[in-house]
Design a protein around this ligand. Structure first.
Ligand code: ADP
Ligand code: ASP
Ligand code: MG
Length: 411
């Protein structure tokens, strides 16, 4: 019998009616001759509400207690899903991440999966149960609850599909698949039939939250192919795998936007060995994730170092860097919140030139100022004003004619 791992996101289980819809879909899969492991997220809004509750209760909630709190969202959702399946005449049982054998490291709120021992799941499948597993959580070596970072149910599903050697892994969500851009921002965005892990990894890392980037990373590492598709329609979605048929022909696969970013510039700092190390180890010491890093050309022995962080981290970064400014004899610290990052991603970029020029030109014509630029082999990212983000995505999407074959730019 085929084994399928299905994951249902928060919106898909957002109400009792939607949970019953999920239960019907799972039972239908079983009726088609499959054994099913269903990974379920907390009902829409629940995780955000729990985070808010914690912040309203304590100024600095401990990460350990945050995990105990947040894990309850998924635990409620799996119990309700199992009940809904049973009420329809099926045979289902819910498991927490720990009960499902998901062992993680000790990094509370962003734990990494260390090992999966799916013995209990396998025994229950052998007894013809539909096994409903709480996404986003596991246990550390001390048996304490851990969570896998926002969007972490995707990771639970991919990792379980790998550990159980499942024939298929389906990620059910509230859109029809992976689109050329967030369809809620660019209405002309088109569903992509197939996407490579590398492209999806870049898109997810650049803000397309349709898949958690760590989940895609895991899928790439262990070769777990998966499909992103709608919970509300029967249509096929987007297949993610190592290589796709026309990979090199499609210059730009997608556009991502990351909002709520902040830009930090250490101004006029001495251009000497060790300075960048000092700046970034100070930031890392505050557990602040740094995204784009740009160093300007050296002039009269000094340079500017700019980078982006999440806007929420700006007060912390400012506090950490202010004393350092004097020590490294920089002329100042310039910070700016409310910026966004726009990225264009495509493996075909490797063999086609002119993409950057076309992007900059398009933004320029739209009167959108570029504040920072960074490039990789398959991505070009720019930092722009947050208020320009939607318009920039729409203009860029149009410029590159996304979803259709894009002939290489002249030159
Ligand atoms: P779930 O709760 O099912 O995990 P998420 O809210 O995490 O769903 O992710 C789905 C959302 O991702 C969509 O509603 C959509 O707005 C957003 N999204 C952003 N970029 C893309 C993209 N390129 N393709 C599809 N959806 C995207
Ligand atoms: N409930 C968690 C979150 O909102 C995990 C997930 O939905 O994947 O981030
Ligand atoms: Mg998600």
């Amino acid at each position: 019998m085929r084994l399928i791992v299905q994951k249902y996101g928060g919106t898909s289980v957002g109400s009792p009616e939607r949970i019953r819809n999920v239960a019907r879909k799972i039972l239908q899969t079983q009726e088609e001759g499959c054994r099913v492991v269903a990974v379920v997220s907390a009902m829409a809004g629940v995780t955000d509400n729990l985070i808010k509750l914690a912040r309203d209760t304590s100024q600095r909630p401990e990460e350990r207690e945050m995990d105990v709190l947040l894990a309850t969202g998924e635990q409620a959702a799996v119990a309700l899903t199992a009940m809904a399946i049973n009420a329809l005449g099926g045979k289902a049982i819910s498991l927490s991440g720990a009960e499902a054998g998901i062992l993680t490291d000790r990094a509370h709120t962003r734990a990494k999966i260390a090992n999966i021992t799916p013995r209990r799941i396998q025994a229950l499948l052998a007894e013809e149960y539909i096994v409903v597993v709480a996404g986003f959580q596991g246990q550390n070596p001390e048996g304490e609850t851990t969570t896998l970072g926002r969007g972490g149910s995707d990771l639970t599903a991919i990792a379980l599909a790998g550990a159980l050697n499942a024939e298929a892994c389906q990620i059910f969500t509230d859109v029809d698949g992976v689109f050329t851009c967030d369809p809620r921002v660019v209405t002309a965005a088109q569903k992509i039939d197939e996407v490579s892990y590398d492209e999806l990894l870049e898109m997810a890392g650049a803000g397309s939250k349709v898949m958690q980037s760590r989940a895609v990373e895991f899928a790439k590492k262990f070769g777990v192919e998966f499909e992103v598709r709608s919970s509300f329609k029967a249509d096929p979605g987007t297949l993610a795998k190592e290589e796709t048929a026309n990979m090199e022909d499609v210059v730009i696969r997608g556009i991502s936007i990351e909002r709520n970013q902040a830009k930090v510039t250490v101004d006029d700092v001495r251009d000497e060995p060790g300075i960048a190390g000092r700046i970034f180890s100070t930031i890392a010491g505050g557990n602040i994730g740094v995204d784009m890093i740009v160093q300007s050309v050296s002039e009269h022995g000094t340079t500017d170092v700019s980078f982006t962080i999440h806007e929420n981290d700006l007060p912390g970064a400012t506090e950490l860097l202010t004393p350092l400014i004097e020590e490294v004899r920089a002329s100042g610290l310039i910070t700016k919140g409310g910026v966004a990052k726009l990225s264009v991603v495509g493996i075909g970029m490797r063999s086609h030139s002119g993409v950057a020029a076309r992007l900059f030109d398009c933004l320029g014509k739209g009167g959108i100022n570029i504040q920072l630029i960074s490039t990789s082999e398959i991505k070009i990212a720019v930092v722009i004003d947050g208020q320009d983000a939607d318009r920039a995505a729409q203009l860029t999407h149009k410029e590159f004619g996304l979803g259709r074959f894009v002939p290489p730019a002249a030159g």
